[in-house]
Design a protein around this ligand. Sequence first.
Ligand code: ADP
Length: 375
Amino acid sequence: MNMILKTGNVAALAARDKGIQVRNITKTYADHVAVDDVSFDLKSGELLTLLGPSGSGKSTTLMMVAGFENPDRGTINVNGSNIVGVDARKRHFGIVFQGYALFPHMTAMENVEFPLRMRRVAPAERLRLAREMLERVGLGSMTHRRPRELSGGQQQRVALARALVFQPHALLLDEPLGALDKNMREKMQYEIKELQRTLGISILFVTHDQEEAMTMSDRIAVMDQGRILQIGSPKSVYEQPNTAFVANFLGETNMISCHVSGVDAERAVVALGDGQRGAAVVSGSGTALSRDIAARLSVRPENVTILRPGDAVDFRLRGTVKQHTFVGRHSRTIITAGEMDFAVITADAARAAKIAMGDIVDFGWKSEHALVITK
Ligand code: ADP
């Protein structure tokens, strides 16, 4: 039996967890490049999300880490050795995929015991560890139920317990909450974060859902067409997207054509179509910017203000309110100005109440909220 299991302490994961280093992995099916030179580190104890639209290569990347697919080239390192070619069962990753179901004829307990049985853990120890893990996921009273006697959320908890019980190097989760309704999904997002925190385990998480990624991740790797476009904290990829694709995928944004007339390390001076100039932020994520080029400003709707006398902004436009709707605690306004429709989110109820369809309004934003995007 392995030493860690002998200690029987499911909270002792972090110490031996060195994360995973993925370098330049590529996978081609026929002539289609599914994953194209992807590199990232899953750091010890972090939850890293691969986020991207359907077909962007997230699952294929995860499958290569799991060992169900082999990369054409590249390496995947765990504890200093390359695991490419190592049998999936010998990689010691806990896995929850949508298509990786519970065994229907086994009870919750037997399902969770199964990976320990495969690892030849003694029966008494197996029972103890499986019970402890089922209790941890809140199913201590349902250990004898079979999958069909459990709700969707409970089944996913059993799947998580089964993936965690043998103290894996890391947890690999591919859209694990995809089949659940919104409330259960949010509850499970929280529970997975709690498990990550209390067990100190590293999690590689796949989702196409931007909100889920923002809620759960320590870092997000945004994927498109088999490549990682940007990796960073949810805040940094939201506030400093390096491409229009990342800016749009992580939420709504206004993309305003501009011309870069001056640039230094962190700031650029841009001119809008109407000739007004102002400073804007240059993304810290490697966008090489030169002067005298066409670019776009990305300004999030919550950073556009419909102006009242005395409001100070760095860019100012005039337009007509085309739509104005209340969405819960804030309002959303569409303003047409020139050729473009601007989206504006107003959180201040008193301000929002004064806006009406058909109004001609001045609106604008500050330099600190205008990000120059060139790709
Ligand atoms: P995602 O998880 O982001 O939806 P996938 O990794 O599943 O994307 O797929 C990436 C691309 O590779 C897609 O175009 C998909 O059709 C293709 N692909 C995935 N698996 C296979 C396979 N076994 N054979 C052929 N093409 C595949």
